[in-house]
Ligand binder design. Sequence first.
Ligand SMILES: [Zn+2]
Length: 315
Amino acid sequence: MKRLVIFSVFMVALAWAQKANYKGYKLLRVTPRTTEQLAYLVNLSLSPDTKGWPSDVKTIDFWRDPTTLAESVDIFTDNGALLEQELLSKGMQPSTLMDDVQSFIDQRQAENANSIAAGSRFTETYHTYEEDRLWRKNRKINPSSICIGVDTNRNFDANFGGVGSSDSPCSDTYGGPSAFSEAESRAMRDILLSLQGRVKASVSIHNNAQVWISPYGYTTERPVDYPEMERIMTAGAAAIEATYGTTYPFGPGSEVLYFTSGTTKDYVYGTLGIVHGYTLELRNTPDGFVTPTTLIAPVATEAWNGIKAMANAIV
Ligand SMILES: [Zn+2]
């Protein structure tokens, strides 16, 4: 959840601007070099309150959580000077990313106002999806074609370009010029690589085939770990059904949905060795992809129950 904060830092900053003033708050970056330093940062990030914090520090919020050695973390705090001292005393060398978070917020707000005033420049820069709310692909310009976008869930290095993906840029399942040609799939890959050994499951959430699928998408040959996957999916589907009675078929994607190549679930299982790589296709509703507003909460609730059951069955 913290990670979401990093990606949406701009929106968060705007929301803050109306609520509070963060004058003097700092954003520090520090890189743990020893297991003791890493353990200290992990403890700090897990403390639910000021317990265990240096005294006179009221706010510590990790904008980038500690993960592994040599991977930097970002810490937002009201008392940068004191926290800096604390980190130095543990042998770490913190640097200051933002000296005054409030002036960053003010600056971003001014920039935003300018770009809205510029009108056409704003709409050229940001695609609003007003023409096609069900747009599937990313917004990459394909050099050889007038058609836009790559299906990032065909862009992973797992039987790339094979059955169930298209090499035509105009197709909704166009996999791109090469595996990991897209920034989005590379970002996913890099996060997963940085957490290697710690990730137990990866669930890609989609609308709306109402099915829980496991590897493989590109062959009907079953993974050696399929019995374990089946145990987990059985628990997940049962928890979903117990919520509102929605039945979720499950099984390998190639058997219960259709053939796909270059997908996240096959990459995390086949290449990263994460046993539990799934795609959860949310409930099919009468309007197809456009889930009625009244069903959004029930669909999310049952899916979340399924994911919790999955997690409990794994650990
Ligand atoms: Zn899907």
